[in-house]
Design a protein around this ligand. Structure first.
Ligand SMILES: [Zn+2]
Ligand SMILES: [Zn+2]
Length: 369
């Protein structure tokens, strides 16, 4: 099979073309990719809304985006022991250095020299350099060369479509687990984008039952219900803080996740702090707009309510493994989240439709080029 990739030459200039099948180094694997999914961070890079995208593509060379994918191992380097040709795997896109202080503690998502498959971590410029030095790029392609540490074997019978969600779901599981979410929690999730929606089954998978979802879009709130939310609140129609207090006999929620980013993050975080119970955790999952106003919070409010205000980013291998187990358990109907698919050859159309209408995560079929 010819190796093909959607190669990004400049902002908004992507071309599907034949590439050389990459050769694995001693600790690398080569995958024949099957399914992928688009991520908003890819769309941002495609549109060059980070300053170094245009210059890196111009000065260093072209790049292949994409970091949410699954496929089959077809070749392994001489030192690889964890997988063998024929194994079905999901891509864990973070490339950690293995020797910094955080890597030594096993916290690879906090690596000080982190890079990512498809520029999902580290600076775009560093990832483009790495691609031109090593051939390790992204997943909008039929084949991917990756370090052995970047693949996780699939549980028996898990579909490639479902497995292509391992990266976003791994992030969500990290968020839910870091907050210590469990059976006795009242959980509020603010923002019903794909990541917010996936917080619902992830909290349920940890045993939580009282799950309240907040958004301004009734269609999204209905999806949250389908995924297991007990109560939905449209914050354009009613005050979510008052409603959460009413539902919890005035106590508030023990775990509140803010998954709305951009400009919505500040007002949502302010609501989250007000609806948290004493000793509750407010966790910021999304990233705010770079020029967003900063959060201003009373120190006494945190002190007297003993609040934990925290955030998470990325995920560790254990979260990726748990994500695959969770997908295999069937608690998350992945088709509710990955609700559209295009062949790789139509990637530009897929990009143009991302986030529009009822599209949540848009998938790519990498076997159709
Ligand atoms: Zn992603
Ligand atoms: Zn490191």
């Amino acid at each position: 099979m010819k190796a093909m990739a959607a190669v990004l030459y400049a902002p908004k200039k992507i071309r599907l073309e034949e590439i050389q099948l990459p050769e694995p180094g001693p600790n690398d694997v080569v995958l024949e990719l099957k399914k992928a999914a688009l991520c908003p961070t890819d769309i941002k890079k495609y549109n060059a809304d980070k300053p170094d995208v245009e210059s890196a593509l111009r000065d260093i060379g072209s790049y292949v985006l994409g970091h949410e994918a699954a496929g089959v191992v077809i070749q392994v380097g001489s030192e690889v022991t964890a997988v063998k040709p024929g194994d079905a795997v999901a891509v864990q896109p973070m490339i950690a250095c293995g020797h910094c202080a955080y890597c030594k503690q096993g916290k690879t998502n906090m690596c000080l020299n982190l890079l990512g498959i498809g520029a999902s971590a580290g600076s775009f410029t560093d990832c483009v350099k790495y691609y031109h030095e090593t051939g390790v790029g992204g997943c909008y392609a039929t084949h991917l060369k990756a370090p052995e540490s970047c693949v996780i074997p699939l549980p028996e019978g898990l579909s490639m479509e479902a497995a292509s969600l391992v990266e976003p779901l791994g992030d969500v599981i990290h968020s839910v687990d870091a907050a210590g979410t469990g059976k006795n929690d009242t959980v509020v999730i603010i923002g019903m984008g794909p990541m917010g929606l996936m917080h619902v089954p992830a909290a349920r998978y940890n045993g939580a039952e009282d799950i309240i979802c907040v958004d301004i879009d009734d269609t999204r709130l209905e999806m949250a219900k389908k995924l297991g939310a007990k109560v939905i609140i449209n914050s354009a129609k009613e005050d979510p803080v008052a409603r959460v207090k009413e539902l919890t006999e005035g106590l508030g929620a023990s775990k509140v996740f803010v998954t709305s980013g951009g400009r919505a993050q500040l007002p949502c975080t302010q609501q989250a702090l007000k609806m948290a119970a004493k000793q509750g955790t407010v966790s910021l999952f999304a990233s705010a707009a770079l020029d967003a106003d900063q959060l201003c919070v009373s120190m006494n409010f945190i002190h007297y309510n003993m609040l934990n205000l925290t955030g998470t980013v990325g995920f560790g291998r254990q979260h990726g493994e748990k994500a695959l187990k969770m997908l295999a358990s069937g608690i998350l109907d992945h088709q509710i989240i990955r609700n559209r698919e295009f062949p790789l050859s139509q990637i530009e159309e897929a990009i143009s439709l991302y986030g529009k209408g009822e599209n949540l995560k848009i998938g790519l079929d990498l076997t159709q080029v």
